[in-house]
Design a protein around this ligand. Structure first.
Ligand SMILES: C[S@@+](CC[C@H](N)C(=O)[O-])C[C@H]1O[C@@H](n2cnc3c(N)ncnc32)[C@H](O)[C@@H]1O
Length: 257
């Protein structure tokens, strides 16, 4: 009987572990490994549930290669919808903030699409801040709690406040795939009892930070849309929703009129 080739064996191991795109992953891992021993170790870790992007050290987002690090939220393709909306709103020269920046993927993608913006990023997690600094060379990346991390001169000047806050309801964390549950910090996922605690706090504070006509953008789950729109209105902002069925994304936009 003919033994299977190393390539076929890797695909088989990945598929048995539930990797939907086993062929693609096998190719990426093979390209990332220096030799057979390293490849075997990478496949082993992938089979054990380590996110592919953490093993590769990068994630593709809006056509860019974004560096990711262990313990930092891996940018999701659905967040490209939030970027698309931010790009529609930002003009060259606009002040744009990537709040809750994680790896800085959102800010990097907006800056790539709209040259000449004044970009700032911020996150509470030092690991995320370090990762964002790699992806956003030359951009000030601030560390701290939501808008409290931002420098005072930005008050009243932000045209686009893109805040991909955590929005998973606390009770639903246990139901998330192990890749997220076991490999991403709870603080990057947990949005409190209804998932909207952080969105509520950012919206309440954003009036003081947005420029006239400026907008706050955040993502939420389909079942959270009514409550999300309500919290934006309660914060004194005009509210609207952008739904992107293709990416499975819901983006809430609050505008300071
Ligand atoms: C859902 S992740 C989004 C990361 C990134 N913007 C992206 O789309 O890939 C949420 C991020 O919010 C950060 N975060 C959680 N609580 C925060 C807080 N109170 N202040 C600032 N950042 C916070 C987490 O560290 C995490 O990086």
């Amino acid at each position: 009987m003919q033994s299977e080739s190393p390539e076929v064996e890797i695909v088989r191991r990945l598929r048995a572990a539930g990797c939907v795109y086993a062929e693609d992953e096998a190719q990426l891992l093979t390209a990332a490994a220096a030799d057979h021993r390293e490849l075997d170790a990478l496949v082993e870790r992938r089979v054990a549930g380590t996110p592919l992007e953490v093993l590769l050290g990068w994630a593709e987002f809006c056509g860019l290669r974004i560096a990711v690090a262990p313990g930092v939220f891996v940018p999701r393709r659905r967040t490209e919808a939030l970027v698309a909306e931010a790009v529609r709103l930002a003009r060259p020269g606009a002040v744009v903030v990537d709040l809750c920046c994680g790896s800085g993927a959102v800010g990097a993608a907006i800056a790539h699409a709209v040259p000449g913006i004044e970009l700032h990023a911020a996150d509470v997690d030092p690991a995320a801040v370090a990762c964002a600094r790699r992806n956003l060379p030359g951009v000030p990346v601030h560390e701290g709690d939501l808008v409290a991390a931002l420098p005072a001169p930005l008050r009243g000047r932000i045209d686009v406040l893109a805040a991909n806050v955590p929005y998973v309801p606390s009770d639903a964390i246990a139901l998330m795939p192990p890749e997220a549950r076991d490999h991403e910090p709870r603080s990057a996922l947990d949005g409190g009892p209804d998932g909207l605690e952080l969105a509520r706090r950012v919206a309440a504070d954003s009036r003081a930070w947005l420029a006239p006509g400026g907008s706050l953008l955040f993502e939420c789950g389909e079942s959270q849309t009514a409550a999300a729109l309500e919290l934006v209105t309660a914060a004194g902002l005009g509210s609207r929703l952008e739904v992107d069925d293709e990416r499975g994304a819901t983006v809430v936009v609050g505008t300071l009129r």
